[in-house]
Write a protein that binds this ligand. Structure first.
Ligand code: MG
Ligand code: MG
Length: 600
């Protein structure tokens, strides 16, 4: 499998983009013309740099407004094209992307477009250059790959083929199955991009919101399977226009891009099954790892975690002992384990530093993470201690692949609560910086095999909070990722806190007992309870109980959800939840009330 990336995906100057692509293991790049024009290096120097970096230059793009034009305009097209062919010879590139006309087209006629592409092909042939014709989703007349293929077929020229771009096809909802009918030798190039489901004009959607495969909602393994069934053997090239990637570290973005292709190849191979061996070149597989179905532990780190420990005790956790060699203490409640780690030398406020996921076999899971270029975490271990496998997620939270039985013996308490409320960690909510949100979705999708749920927006006093839940198939692991508004309000009003939600069976009993131990849940305004009566028609005595205990309530067709929050300590707070029947949500309708209460 040859991997390629368009230079437009990355920030920086052209040379910097090339270093980033090479470092991430790409075989090739597409040169995006504006990147070359703005580069201080000559075409010969760019060619030599590519050589030194072990990159091939697979495509020059884009050549615009080439066909469907009047003859007088076409004379100028030929002149422009010839200048580009001469430039491409200096770069050593033999393939040019020709996109369908959006500006100068006046003739809506396949024969005319085909005839002009044929004449362009004749000229390109004299330079040993081939042309890959791409239907833009917003082309003036040609906006569908089936039509661009018909035109290429009519042109009937050995130097004229088609370029397939997943965005242009899937954004328009065009069925990709007919790709299989295109002869492999006429598919000159393949560009891949994902995108979020949005209702907006396709041009703006494409220019600003493309994503790497696995970060959006397009069915890319299915798309790619059609392309392989057609017999395509060329590179898989990413072409992702994205406002965030254009302004963040290109080395990191390139690695994210490579991770995306490795995940996509694996998913496509899985989909193709036996057929995969008949596609061009073997598709590299990743070690198969089922998604974890339980949290193993959460670690809270700070210069002083005692404020968190007070909360844990009030909630109902038992002290599970000190670690034999580290400044670490374990707290347990049923199947929920929280580790408090004091780091006196640093002075961070309490925050979630690590999340352990209970995986059946950590070896293949760690091998998979390494193949997906997840940065490994090395922590010092002493003789007889378990060396846990860990990786750094995009937001910096460490992800452990672990199993409590392997490490709990390193704590001297050994207490394991057999609480009747059967407490476990329901979800861990992690706050994501704006520049790594999409990368986090891909990270948890590919490394942990979690599934992204549709994203939601929740209104808070400091702006809209985008929330996307990553979850395991049976719901044992739920990881809501929150993207905060990048607003100007003081940080204590932005609600940038993470939280750990604990599920129990009898939240009214649990909260009543916790309040007796001194817990003061986050206060909920009286207006909320008046509204509850209006929304759900709940019995007065139930509403009174909820009001007395500051419990929030939600109900949908699947069941009911009762929950409450603790106050925030540093950057972390806790939530208690009771899921009734098959309720599968998070009380999103109550989040604005929570955010407002936390901001006061
Ligand atoms: Mg394209
Ligand atoms: Mg929650």
């Amino acid at each position: 499998m040859r991997t390629s990336i368009a230079t437009v995906c990355l920030s920086g100057g052209l040379a910097q983009k090339m270093y980033a692509a090479a470092e991430a293991g790409f075989d090739a790049i597409e040169i995006f013309e504006p990147d070359l024009i703005a580069a201080p290096q000559s075409p010969e120097e760019i060619r030599a740099l590519a050589d030194r970096l072990g990159l091939t230059l697979d495509l020059y793009q884009p050549f615009r407004d080439a066909e469907g034009v009047d003859e007088s305009v076409f004379a100028d097209v030929l002149r422009r094209a010839e200048a580009k062919f001469q430039l491409m010879q200096r770069l050593g590139i033999d393939l040019m992307l020709v996109c369908s006309n959006v500006g100068t087209a006046t003739v809506d006629d396949d024969e005319v477009s085909a005839g002009q592409l044929r004449r362009l092909g004749d000229l390109a042939a004299t330079y040993d250059i081939r042309l890959a014709y791409e239907a833009l989703a917003w082309g003036r007349f040609v906006d569908d790959y089936r039509r661009s293929w018909r035109i290429v077929e009519l042109a009937d020229h050995p130097n004229v083929g088609i370029c397939l771009d997943s965005f242009h096809i899937l954004s328009r909802g065009h069925d990709p199955k007919q790709i299989e009918e295109i002869p492999a030798e006429k598919i000159f190039f393949l560009q891949l991009a994902d995108a979020p489901a949005l209702s907006m004009d396709v041009l703006s959607w494409s220019r600003h919101h493309r994503l790497f495969p696995g970060e959006g909602s397009f069915a890319l393994p299915t798309f790619l399977a059609h392309v392989f069934r057609a017999g395509y053997e060329g590179p898989l090239s990413l072409e992702v226009f994205n406002d965030t990637f254009r302004q963040t570290d290109p080395t990191r973005t390139a690695r994210q891009a490579q991770r995306s292709l490795r995940w996509l190849a694996d998913r496509t191979a899985e989909l193709l099954g036996e057929e995969a061996s008949r596609t061009g070149g073997p598709l590299p597989r990743l070690p198969e790892v089922a998604a974890p179905e339980a949290f193993d532990f959460v670690e809270i780190k700070a210069s002083d975690t005692s404020g968190v420990e007070v909360l844990l005790e009030q909630l109902g956790f038992d002290f599970g002992g000190r670690h034999r060699s580290k400044q670490v203490r374990l707290w347990t409640w049923g199947a929920a384990r929280v580790v408090c780690n004091d780091v006196p030398s640093a002075s961070p406020a309490p925050h979630i530093a690590a999340v352990g996921f209970d995986v059946a076999d950590s070896d293949p899971a760690a091998e998979r993470a390494a193949r997906l270029m997840a940065p490994p975490v090395h922590r010092r271990t002493y003789a007889g201690e378990q060396a846990l496998r860990a990786f750094t997620s995009p937001d910096g939270t460490e992800v452990f692949l672990s199993h409590a039985e392997d490490w709990a013996g390193e704590f001297d308490g050994g207490v394991s609560s057999t609480d009747g409320h059967a407490v476990r960690i329901d979800h861990v909510n992690l706050v994501q910086p704006w520049h790594s949100f999409d990368e986090a979705v891909l990270f948890y999708t590919s490394v942990l095999s979690l599934t992204p749920q549709p994203s939601q927006e929740v209104a808070g006093p400091a702006g809209l909070v985008r929330s996307q839940v990553m979850s395991s198939p049976a719901g044992g692991v739920r990881l809501p990722l929150n993207l905060l508004p990048s607003g100007q309000l003081p940080t204590d009003q932005q609600g940038h806190a993470q939280h750990i939600a604990l599920a129990c069976h009898d939240i009214i009993g649990v909260v009543t007992a916790a309040r007796e131990r001194g817990l003061r849940p986050l206060e909920v305004p009286g207006n909320y309870y008046d509204d509850l009566v209006a929304r759900f028609g709940l019995a007065e005595d139930l509403v009174d109980t909820l009001r007395d205990l500051d419990l929030l309530y939600d109900r949908d067709a699947d069941g009911e959800y009762l929950h409450c929050y603790t106050e925030t300590v540093g950057e972390v707070f806790f939530e208690l939840v009771e899921r009734r029947d098959r309720y599968d949500g998070y009380g999103a309708g109550n989040a604005p009330v929570r955010l407002a209460s936390q901001a006061t």
